[in-house]
Design a protein around this ligand. Structure first.
Ligand code: ATP
Length: 450
């Protein structure tokens, strides 16, 4: 541990109080500011974990407008800062307002140095825990696949598969429910391949009417059909040297399946109305939420095309089968949208965490992202509640079928909850669970949590 004193920013315009506090908080390095502007300048310069903020700042020394404005500015610039507001002893309503805006705690004058020292020590401790948690989450969820957040074993395994197959030129088929991240993984294949500097061209076969899909994929010459006013290259040709992502490949009509198969075999295309064959060098990645085996049985998908497309086939689990990911993703999306909206939002209440864990997520990560975005916009307080999420407890997943599974399920839930409630701190989670840290590590390894 370093011997450097922790920095605390004191925002107080009364020189007498400044002096008194400097003396009683001698264990810390006190940085002082007397008004909002200098407070912000000091905040930027020193990044203090804790700020002591008098609400009665000039020009409104008898009110709290300037102090509350400073609070909001501090939290929007450095949301992790623990701000303890200092109020007059009759000013409870402003103290409550400050807490509502995201202050960590409030302290009423006159000063009791012992109580204040205790409050500061607790704020510093919490700040350190939260920082540890953020580092832990960042480590856990780091993946070489950009934008992909996960800490669950099945998804991490998929990431490793993608890392392995990306450099090869093999065609990849991604299978999974809607919103599971198929496009994120397809981009991952591209980004980790030698084609990364070239184009990634995505086309959703289900979103384009059958009649237009052929010209969209293969392009056309001028005059190929009524309305073909000029020569237009198709998406396949456009992706030359790069990666072509064919989303919802199960929706490709039969005649086009034959044409795509020919392209995959010969690696040449012919534009509509064109005479020559054009060689095209693309890596193909495709995806579908459909059951291609059943479609082949029903005669709706060509078996030979299926084998061409599935040189490497990757099955992506739905979100409900990724232990721990719901809370991790929810926190990441909340951080992102809070930043985008310029709001101070500090995580989820305990009941919100429970519903996040229990919900079955039929729309997977997309559903989660939309839900958190809406909650970030609508929430009244600084923490997201179950009511803000609009989810009901009781939409729980089906029960596991044997005792071993039930035990693991219960252990996983207890560990996820303890980690979430202790902001990811292993030490605190172990304490909550009544076990030692090494036991918690063992347990997490056993149930496949990182
Ligand atoms: N693991 C993840 N981490 C972060 N964001 C994710 C993750 N998985 C998916 N997303 C986000 O969720 C949304 C849906 O993902 P994506 O479009 O890749 O799903 P999809 O399986 O291709 O869906 P569809 O089958 O409906 O096209 C996107 O905004 C994506 O960025």
């Amino acid at each position: 541990m370093s011997d450097a004193k922790e920095k605390i920013l004191l925002v107080e315009d009364d020189p007498g109080l400044q002096k008194q506090l400097k003396w009683s908080l001698g264990d810390y390095e006190l940085v002082v500011a007397a008004d909002r502007d200098s407070a912000i300048a000091q905040l930027r310069r020193h990044e203090p974990p804790v700020v002591l903020l008098d609400l009665g700042l000039p020009p409104d020394v008898d009110g709290a407008t300037e102090g509350l404005a400073a609070l909001q500015q501090i939290l929007s610039l450095a949301p992790a800062t623990k701000v303890i507001v200092v109020t007059g002893n009759l000013d409870r309503s402003n103290a409550v307002k400050a807490i509502h805006l995201g202050a960590y705690d409030f302290f009423q004058k006159p000063f009791d140095p012992d109580v204040l020292a205790l409050m500061i020590a607790r704020a510093l401790h919490l700040h350190a825990l939260e920082r540890e948690n953020r580092q832990l989450l960042a480590q856990q969820s780091r993946s070489s696949l950009q934008g992909l957040i996960t800490s669950s074993e099945p998804m991490l395994k998929i990431c490793r598969t993608i890392e392995k197959v990306a450099p090869a030129n093999a065609t990849v088929l991604l299978l999974g429910e809607s919103g599971t991240g198929k496009e994120v993984l397809a981009r991952g294949v591209h980004e980790l391949s030698p084609r990364a500097g070239k184009r990634f061209v995505a086309i959703n076969c289900a979103a384009i009417p059958d009649t237009l899909l052929e010209s969209e994929l293969f392009g056309y010459e001028k005059g190929a059909f009524t309305g073909a006013a000029k020569q237009t290259i198709g998406r396949i040709e456009y992706a030359n040297e790069g990666t072509l992502f064919l989303d919802e490949i199960g929706d490709l009509p039969m005649p086009l399946q034959a044409k795509l198969l020919r392209f995959l075999q010969e690696r040449v295309i012919e534009r509509l109305g064109g005479r020559g064959e054009i060689p095209v060098d693309v890596r193909v990645v495709c995806a579908t939420h459909r059951d291609l085996a059943a479609m082949i049985q029903e005669g709706n998908f060509r078996e030979d095309l299926y084998y061409r497309l599935s040189e490497i086939s990757v099955k992506i689990p739905p979100l409900r089968e990724r232990p721990g990911d719901a809370v991790l993703l929810a926190q990441a999306f909340l951080d992102r949208y809070a930043r985008e909206l310029g709001r101070t939002l500090r995580g989820f209440t305990a009941d919100a965490l429970s519903v996040l864990e229990a919900h079955a997520w039929p729309g997977n990560v997309r559903e989660m992202e939309n839900l958190i975005k809406r909650a970030a916009i609508m929430a009244d307080g600084t923490q997201i509640t179950a009511a803000d999420l609009g989810l009901e407890l009781g939409e729980a997943e089906p029960q596991p079928f044997n005792l071993r599974q039930a035990r693991e399920h219960a252990e996983r839930q207890a560990v996820s909850r303890a980690l979430a409630h202790s902001d990811g701190s292993i030490a605190q989670a172990a304490e909550l669970l009544g076990i030692t840290r090494p036991t918690l590590y063992d347990l997490m390894a056993k149930i496949g949590m990182k």
